[in-house]
Design a protein around this ligand. Structure first.
Ligand SMILES: Cc1cc2nc3c(=O)[nH]c(=O)nc-3n(C[C@H](O)[C@H](O)[C@H](O)COP(=O)(O)OP(=O)(O)OC[C@H]3O[C@@H](n4cnc5c(N)ncnc54)[C@H](O)[C@@H]3O)c2cc1C
Length: 270
């Protein structure tokens, strides 16, 4: 093909049939009762969204894809998250996290159990005279930078979606932006993080036993990821990282704090 002469016939017409988009008949009355009841027992009935209208609301994100979840759950505590992951493991269900839903490749969609990690996960405090921020994952990234502004500082990642996306989503996606450069993208901004592995293990990467705990528990996480490959309709989509972080310390000084432990976790999990 000559330079600057693209094959325009291929744009917007990938080979194959369009994916089925109709709302599934079996979900018209909402989430199947046994799933709804089991999850309600785990995290409380008010945290389980099961009506057809809820499932449709969460079926879309900022990507061009649409997947109808079987159920949406909004955990309030780390114990809730651990219990949900255990339920998924034991019942061979798959879990996907949804924060603000601004990612562009379908990462925050699910055709099974969608876990909202924005609603109950707001909260932050300034540390180290404004050089660091301790934040829960549901904090809107733009709010965090505005909060740090009183100390004349801001966080590194500056995606154009900054006023909608969350710290959790930015870290999971390693979000960057127009001005942040690789040196200040999300991974390079994290000093430490407390996270829950797919196995249910809770690890604080700032603690000296973090590496040992990861080694002990990594297998359970990988086993669960393997199952996702078998799911029809998800091929080709980015697989969400199966960990949940509930507290992160982010560097606001602009200095480079590449967190090696985190990179090793992500390498193992994704
Ligand atoms: C208009 C627009 C502009 C954008 N500009 C940029 C840009 O400049 N740079 C850029 O990098 N991106 C950009 N994006 C993409 C997107 O906004 C970012 O990647 C953002 O960080 C996603 O955050 P979110 O809170 O919406 O996460 P979601 O989309 O909800 O989730 C993103 C991923 O993180 C996972 N996740 C979310 N929370 C957690 C958690 N607590 N624990 C574990 N996993 C979790 C989800 O499962 C999913 O895989 C843009 C998007 C839009 C719509």
């Amino acid at each position: 093909m000559a330079l600057l002469q693209p094959d325009t016939a291929r744009i917007g017409h990938p080979p194959g049939q369009p994916a089925e988009d109709r709302f599934p008949e079996e979900l018209v009355s909402g989430t199947p009762r046994e799933v709804r009841e089991a999850l309600s027992k785990l995290v409380g009935a008010n945290q389980v969204l099961y009506r057809a209208i809820d499932l449709v609301r969460y079926a879309s994100d900022a990507s061009p894809y649409r997947l109808i979840p079987q159920v949406v759950v909004a955990p309030r505590t780390v114990d809730d998250v651990v219990a949900l992951l255990q339920y998924c493991r034991e019942n061979k269900r798959h879990a996907t996290f949804r924060a603000a839903g601004t990612s562009l490749c379908g990462q925050s969609q699910s055709d099974d159990i969608l876990i909202d990690v924005r609603k109950h996960w707001y909260g932050m405090s300034i540390e180290d005279g404004g050089r660091a921020l301790r934040a829960r994952p549901g904090v809107i990234l733009g709010h965090a930078s505005a909060y740090l502004g009183r100390h004349g500082r801001r966080l590194g990642p500056d995606p154009a979606s900054i006023n909608a996306c969350t710290i959790g989503g930015a870290v999971a996606n390693n979000a960057g932006g127009m001005r942040c450069t690789i040196d200040r993208d999300a991974y390079h901004t994290v000093r430490s993080m407390t996270l829950v592995l797919a196995s249910g293990t809770v690890i604080d990467t700032a603690q000296p036993d973090a590496e040992a705990r990861r080694r002990l528990h990594q297998l359970a996480g990988i086993g669960m990821l393997g199952r996702r490959e078998d799911l029809p309709g998800r091929r080709g989509l980015h697989h969400p990282a199966l960990f949940h972080h509930h507290d992160a310390v982010l560097d606001a000084g602009g200095a480079r704090f590449l967190i090696e432990q985190l990179q090793r976790f992500v390498d193992r999990l994704v």
